[in-house]
Ligand binder design. Structure first.
Ligand code: ADP
Length: 241
């Protein structure tokens, strides 16, 4: 037992060191990215040196993404829990992705007219989940396709859930891949970190929810996040329940 305790405490120390290291890498990385950007914009940057500077910029962005995802994965699991409207959160994320990555790619992002969908949880963490799903959907969808965001309430196993659904018209998931997509570091994308879905699943489980994937190869995917709906009694909180 003593040996196992020592082993666990060493593992948790290593986890803390890794997180500390990730933080420390961030600042020099930002300097590298910033300096290469400045050089790239200078008149001297032409031909091969411009190409090389683009590579430095792109790769430092990729490392930064990896560190952000890693820190989210190893970060504290305590939640800053409050009552929140999942519909408003979906609208925020949908509009941000529509104006950014989706517009650049020529993918439409459609937001259904959503009713208020009250759940209990950490707004920042749940926003990250929505962000991961919507960005994945856009990345999976070819130009001219669309991503639809919907939300509703549903009873499952006798409990009331708020459901956030992201549907795309991408290529779907190839056979044999579906069971791996929630594994940390599993990715089929060049430059992907493979952490988005595993982080999302972890966050959703911490909120006592679950994620469902429906997909038909060639016809796209539907990812649904189920979160326990906040009951009206939670707000009133008169101590009777
Ligand atoms: P990353 O986006 O860095 O690859 P994720 O964990 O978010 O990491 O996704 C893991 C893998 O799951 C992706 O590389 C892709 O193969 C698959 N995937 C996720 N969302 C979709 C989607 N909407 N359509 C098709 N495949 C998807």
């Amino acid at each position: 037992l003593q040996d196992r305790l020592t082993h666990f405490s060493r593992l948790s120390t290593m986890g803390e060191m890794a997180a500390g290291l990730a933080h420390e890498i961030r600042n020099p990385l930002a300097s590298i990215a910033g300096s290469s950007q400045l050089l790239r914009e200078s008149a001297a940057s032409t031909g091969e040196s411009a190409t090389l500077l683009d590579i430095i910029g792109r790769e430092s962005q990729r490392l930064n993404g990896l560190i952000t995802d890693f820190l989210a994965y190893t970060g504290p699991s305590q939640r800053n829990s409050m009552r929140l409207d999942v519909a408003a959160l979906l609208r925020d994320v949908g509009e941000a992705v529509r104006a950014g990555e989706a517009r650049e790619k020529g993918v439409a992002v459609e937001l259904a007219a959503l009713p208020a969908l009250m759940a209990e949880g950490d707004g920042e963490q749940l926003k990250q989940v929505a962000w991961n799903l919507v960005r994945n959907a856009v990345q999976a969808t070819p130009a001219g396709g669309k991503v639809m965001i919907d939300g509703f309430e549903q009873i499952r196993h006798g409990s009331r859930y708020v459901v956030a659904m992201v549907v795309d018209t991408g290529a779907g998931i190839a056979p044999g891949i579906l069971e791996k997509i929630f594994n940390p570091f599993f990715t089929t994308k060049e430059g992907g970190t493979g952490l988005g879905l595993s982080i999302s699943q972890r966050i959703v489980h911490q909120h006592k929810g679950f994620i469902e994937v429906r997909q038909s190869p060639g016809k796209g995917c539907a990812f649904s996040v189920f979160l326990p709906a906040a009951s009206a009694r939670t707000v009133e909180g008169n101590g009777d329940g």
